[in-house]
Design a binder for this molecule. Structure first.
Ligand SMILES: Nc1ncnc2c1ncn2[C@@H]1O[C@H](COP(=O)(O)OP(=O)(O)OP(=O)(O)O)[C@@H](O)[C@H]1O
Length: 584
């Protein structure tokens, strides 16, 4: 079978080929390095991804192989993502910010067939070889030290040879080149990646992405936001950078530690944005907060920026207002809502937030995350912490009633990782994973609904109002409280930067406690007065539910590793429990 006789595939990497024809010499990825920038054009990334995919295939990397990708965001990272997608292997993606122990645990759970990684990742693999017994297909990105396997340079060579050389089998079908010269067929349902959640409510979970997942994500984001070839994106969250490349948008990766976005240097980000005339940017609320504060103090701006995306956690109205002041006067700001398992789900634009919903948020209505994407089906069902086997066991709630959100659609993952990525949810073999699947998935005939783990309600306009994570709701003997509804009201106090509502004790008999991050020193007189104010406010807001305690944390409230924006209420609850018990 000749190369051009390959079956049509579902593979987001195929978009690169079209883009390489459309915009061959335009930069696809620009990445800050050592005071300058690495760059690659659409034609070059397409060719290199194909060459590397051939090299991977020649090594034995292909469908049914799991490959951990441990490379820092940059030109090579993006190229390797597309190469792995083309190879048909399932790539494993873990956030660097998870810390070594968690990363090892996540990787071990996927039992990869190999590592494509920087020297430090390869060294880890070699030292912990017993934990990665199958990892034989290895590529070092950087200098290879004392281990074997390919380097990225030797992989390219292998790829170039494999692409050109005659069939090693001699006589394939009727003497035509061997099928090995075709990159494998990937269908909509074939596994493409295992992406780990950020673990903000427990251990990170490996989410299985199919090729259809990536294709739908790119299509939906492009359609909803009108992303067009020719745009330039400042990518502060590298995964969104991939969608942009697939949409023909140049992705600029600025000089920042992507595993600690809140610690980014605004000067470097503004410089990159202005040097490359960025027209859009994806970043978490913590990054927008930092950039917009900097802009307020210095007068810096990004006049070419017309589309701002804030993702990963609720973004306060004050941050939206400040951010819009530092970009083009007609810029739009969108807050895409979703989760690793289901992205994107819904979206809302700043004018709607500032003109209407923000005021209701401050009064305790929750955070309006907007209307759903076309490809999503969604429902709000009665809250339960138990498994729900099939959709007919759910109770759908009416408009205005708070419940848990469930979603289904082509971009929704059907299962957490199992020992066999292609197994069905019911066929999961790893006991922890099986438990996650049972708790988060609902079977509906051929379809699977995902329980997002968020609580909220629909309004009359079919917009979803996010009220917090299900696991963070505080269930007392007098009633249930939802984090976003309470915290938003507490945060209206001028001396409160952020706050967390947490429950101490067993669910059902929890004590509701509030922990604030004051804008002044936690042991100052003003902070003490603020605590009294919040106590009084909470007593009136929460009645008849009594308040267990209000405290000011001496340090900033802990946050998630990926976006540095989601408040880590689990650890705050432990701190509050110690306070309540007189242990701290
Ligand atoms: N635009 C948004 N507004 C408000 N909250 C958001 C928004 N986007 C995402 N979120 C929150 O982030 C969650 C998804 O986070 P993510 O997939 O990064 O991992 P995680 O859920 O934090 O990890 P884990 O499931 O391991 O705890 C959503 O369920 C929601 O609670």
């Amino acid at each position: 079978m000749a190369n051009n006789a390959c079956m049509p595939r579902t593979n987001v990497a195929d978009r690169l080929t079209e883009l390489a024809a459309l915009r061959p010499n335009e930069p696809a990825v620009v990445s800050a390095r050592g005071g300058g920038y690495d760059q690659i054009t659409f034609a070059a990334i397409d060719a290199d991804a194909t060459r590397l995919a051939h090299g991977l295939a020649a090594m034995g990397v292909g469908p049914s192989k799991g490959i951990a990708l441990l490379v820092k965001p940059g030109v090579e990272f993006v190229t390797l993502v597309f190469a792995l997608l083309r190879s048909g292997a399932t790539m494993v993606l873990v956030d660097a910010g998870l810390g070594k122990q968690n990363i090892v645990r996540c990787l071990e759970a996927t039992n990869p067939d190999g590592f494509v990684g920087i020297p430090q990742a390869q060294a880890l693999r070699v030292v912990l070889r017993r934990r990665f017994p199958k990892a034989k297909l290895n590529v070092t990105v950087g200098r290879r030290w004392f281990w074997g396997g390919e380097t990225i340079a030797s992989l390219r060579k292998l790829g170039a040879e494999a692409d050109k050389s005659p069939s090693p089998l001699g006589e394939g079908d009727f003497g035509s080149p061997s099928p090995s010269f075709c990159l494998p067929h990937t269908g909509a349902d074939d596994p493409a990646a295992i992406v780990f959640t950020s673990g903000s409510t427990g251990p990170p979970k490996g989410v299985l992405y199919r090729h259809e997942t990536f294709v739908t994500q790119a299509n939906e984001i492009q359609r909803q936001y009108g992303l067009r070839p020719g745009g330039v994106d400042l990518a502060c969250f590298p995964l969104f950078g991939l969608f942009n490349v697939a949409c023909g948008v140049t992705t600029v990766l600025p000089e920042m530690d992507f595993s600690r976005p809140a610690a980014c240097d605004p000067v470097k980000l503004f410089r990159a944005a202005n040097q490359w005339n960025c027209t859009q940017a994806f970043a978490s609320p913590a990054v927008w907060d930092r950039l917009s504060r900097h802009a307020e103090q210095t007068g810096d701006s990004i006049p070419t920026m017309r589309r701002v995306f804030s993702c990963g956690a609720p973004v306060p109205a004050a941050v939206i207002e400040r951010t819009l002041k530092m970009v083009h006067p007609e810029a739009e700001l969108h807050t895409p809502y979703g989760a690793t398992e289901s992205l994107p789900v819904a979206t809302i634009e700043a004018q709607e937030i500032l003109g209407e919903t923000a005021e209701r948020t401050a009064q305790g209505a929750g955070v309006c995350v907007g209307k759903k994407f076309d490809s999503i089906d969604w429902r709000v069902i009665r809250i339960s912490d138990e498994p729900i086997g099939t959709i007919d066991q759910t109770e759908e709630l009416s408009t205005g009633e708070i419940g848990e959100l469930i979603v289904r659609g082509p971009q929704v993952s059907r299962q957490y990782l199992t020992q066999e990525p292609s197994a069905s949810a019911a066929g999961a073999t790893n006991p922890t994973t099986a438990r996650h699947n049972v708790l988060a998935k609902i079977v509906d005939g051929e379809h699977v609904w995902h329980r997002v783990g968020d609580v909220g309600y629909f309004d009359d306009e079919q917009r979803f109002w996010y009220c917090g994570r299900k696991s963070h709701r505080v269930v007392t003997t007098e009633g249930t409280l939802f984090t976003e509804q309470v915290e938003a009201q507490v945060n209206t106090h001028p001396l409160v930067r952020r706050s967390a509502l947490v429950g101490v004790g067993a669910k059902g008999a929890q004590q509701a406690c509030i922990v604030i991050e004051p804008t002044v020193a936690a042991d100052s007189k003003e902070a003490m007065e603020t605590i009294l104010d919040i106590k009084a406010l909470a007593e009136s807001l929460l009645a008849p539910i009594p308040i267990g305690g209000v405290w000011a944390m001496p340090t900033p409230l802990p946050v998630d590793i990926r976006h540095n924006s989601k408040i880590h209420r689990e650890s705050i609850a432990e701190w509050a429990a110690a306070k309540l018990g007189g242990r701290a």
